[in-house]
Ligand binder design. Structure first.
Ligand SMILES: Cc1cc2nc3c(=O)[nH]c(=O)nc-3n(C[C@H](O)[C@H](O)[C@H](O)COP(=O)(O)OP(=O)(O)OC[C@H]3O[C@@H](n4cnc5c(N)ncnc54)[C@H](O)[C@@H]3O)c2cc1C
Length: 294
């Protein structure tokens, strides 16, 4: 059985305390949240922190807060809590769609929003969701706070803009899309994505006033599809344009061949799934009693 290398363990009781511990233990320390990515990596000796700083008792990070224009999701909110939240379901159906297909209940009960984003796995579902929603990562260090659009949060596979000693404290999601959806193709239930796409649209009289598209597992730059978004904005929300947006999104992806499939298949999925989520989002908008003027 694989076991991690020896490490020290500290339990933070507040954000300030976690930041102090990070500063005290320096480069050789790592935060642990749900542990579903970090602990396997420690067992494989891909991560060997000398000190683990457990943030599971930092309750201020475990809240979902709502104001007039946005919803703030704390870094320690678990996948299962997002799935159970009526506020999230009401404003962001895309998040509920995604959470239903992330891993299995055991992982969803422990895994956190912050851990998922900070792990920055190229196949991670919430990255695509938060890119589509134009969310902002809220970061805190001993020197103060900064807010970084999730589109700029990832600097590469398993790499983010977080500096040593900083903590992701949450994600602020603007409530400016009227409809959204997420779809994923996986080899079996609970698996990581072969490819996934998310879309968040604001539609005015059947025209696209805002478009957010996120893609995962297909090598989309920063999990986004800005060219397809730009194509959609200002035009009618029609099937033909959704198909064309899918084609554009796929053209700008750089999938790699692996055990989940060859390049062409993943690129095909990127196009098909993008079209599908745009279609579903628009259908949901119409289903809420919104009808285009003829
Ligand atoms: C079997 C299995 C299947 C999975 N399937 C999927 C899937 O289909 N789709 C998907 O998207 N994910 C999937 N996951 C990942 C899952 O979503 C985990 O929740 C996620 O990897 C990490 O969350 P965590 O809270 O466990 O983070 P941890 O493992 O605790 O931490 C991960 C990394 O983030 C850092 N970190 C954590 N919190 C913070 C913070 N607040 N500030 C700064 N750094 C922080 C840690 O130091 C570490 O480097 C799967 C995981 C498993 C084990």
């Amino acid at each position: 059985m694989q076991v991690p290398a020896q490490f020290q363990y500290e339990k933070a009781t507040s954000v300030e305390h976690a930041l102090e511990l990070l500063a005290a233990y320096g480069d050789d320390s790592m935060v642990v949240a749900g542990g579903h990515s970090l602990i396997p990596m420690m067992k494989l000796r891909l991560a060997q922190p000398e000190t683990l700083i457990d943030i599971n008792d930092v309750h201020e990070l475990a809240r979902i807060g709502v104001d007039r224009d946005s919803v703030t999701i704390g870094a320690l909110v678990r996948h299962a809590e997002l799935l159970d939240s009526p506020v999230i379901g009401e404003h962001f159906p895309i998040l509920h769609d995604a959470e239903r297909v992330i891993a299995d209940p055991a992982v969803r009960n422990r895994g956190t929003v912050g851990g998922s984003l900070c792990q920055a796995d190229p196949s991670e579902d919430l990255a695509a969701v938060f890119v589509a929603l134009d969310a902002v990562a809220l970061i805190r260090g001993l020197d103060g706070d900064r807010a970084v659009p999730v589109r700029q949060f990832f600097t590469g596979p398993y790499s983010t803009v977080l500096d040593d000693g900083e903590l992701l404290v949450g994600v602020r999601v603007p409530i400016h899309s009227s409809a959204s959806a997420y779809a994923k193709v996986e080899r079996r239930s609970g698996d990581w994505a072969v490819a996934s796409a998310g879309a968040a649209l604001r539609l005015d009289d059947g025209h696209v006033a805002r478009a957010g598209i996120g893609l995962t597992a297909v090598g989309a730059p920063s999990f986004g599809a800005p060219e397809a978004e730009a194509y959609l904005v200002g035009g009618p929300a029609t099937e033909e344009r959704f198909v064309e947006a899918g084609t554009i999104a796929a053209e700008h992806c750089s999938p790699i061949a692996d055990q989940r499939g060859p390049v062409d298949y993943k690129r095909h999925l990127a196009a098909t799934l993008t079209t599908r989520v745009l279609r579903t989002a628009a259908a949901r908008w119409r289903g809420h009693g919104n009808h285009e003027e003829s």
